[in-house]
Design a protein around this ligand. Sequence first.
Ligand code: KG4
Ligand code: ZN
Length: 343
Amino acid sequence: MLNLNNILAIETSCDETAAAIVLSGRYVKSNVISSQIDIHKQYGGVIPELASRNHLQNISCVIDQALTDSQMNFQNIDAIAVTIGPGLVGALLVGLSYAKTLAFTLNKPLLAVNHIEGHICANYLENDKLSPPFMCVVVSGGHTMLVYVRGFGEYEIVGRTRDDAAGEAYDKVARVLGLGYPGGPAIDKLAMQNDMPLIKFPRALPNDLDFSFSGLKSSVINYVQKNELTDDSKKLIADSFQQSVIDVIITKTFRACQKHNCKVITLAGGVASNYALRKTFHERCDELGYELNIPLPIFCTDNAAMIASAAFFNPIASSLNLNAVPNLKLNSTKENNLYETDC
Ligand code: KG4
Ligand code: ZN
């Protein structure tokens, strides 16, 4: 039986170089995130090659800082966890190569982690009460899905987006409004300042558990083309767009819960740091008698603490042949060596 209490995790799937040390999958000793947003925002989105190069430059410092902050050293670490996908292949390979090197030189187990599972497991961080089963709303830049978490490492996808992810829709609408990258936090902030009656943008697939945000995005673009953009109209559009996203997410989540007879809801992914989404979920869950868990905003956007938690609750010990899997899917069953690939 592997001792996996103290896990050092590395996350480099997109534009955050992150390392963290987490005890027993829940207690965060350190959580270091070096964001590349300032580098990518001038291009309006993440440039993969630049992301890889910057991970390479930052990774040693980020890991050293995670050890320093935790007041631990490599000898106290039981295993090295790393994100192997989904994500940008060059970016993933930087973290993976570093993790393999550490595992080999320190003679510690290497644990492969699915980034989406990491987002879900962020709900266990700093929270020793939450255990499956629960419904998780995964809303990130690349994914939007409703996942019924049956047990640790056991996932049933009950709804997913047919086109854009929620975060992607935020980023595209923000671009149309001239708000820059990433769009989510900017729309979140603008929407709070609106005091005009909302524009009724569409709510797609009203009778389904799947999502679609591309029609909403097109409606916003059409509206922007036909109306003058002012400071006030930007606030109004941001608020109206956001309300449509929130309505759809809330309606489908409660429908999925009813279908699975589930009274516990959790949120995950970058969009889960959205103020209005968090507030609306709190209000509705109070009203309807549901239990709600939302990670702290810092554990919603990309971080390595969530990767350590996923490695603890669903440990997948891997050999040094482990490879990055850019389009990795969320698997429904626990299986050892699920991610083993020949090199
Ligand atoms: O989970 P995440 O950090 O990275 C992925 O795995 O994709 O999510 C990033 C996404 C971006 O699309 C960003 O615009 C969105 O999360 N986001 C937000 C907020 N903060 C980040 N969306 C809405 N409101 C926010 N406060
Ligand atoms: Zn993510």
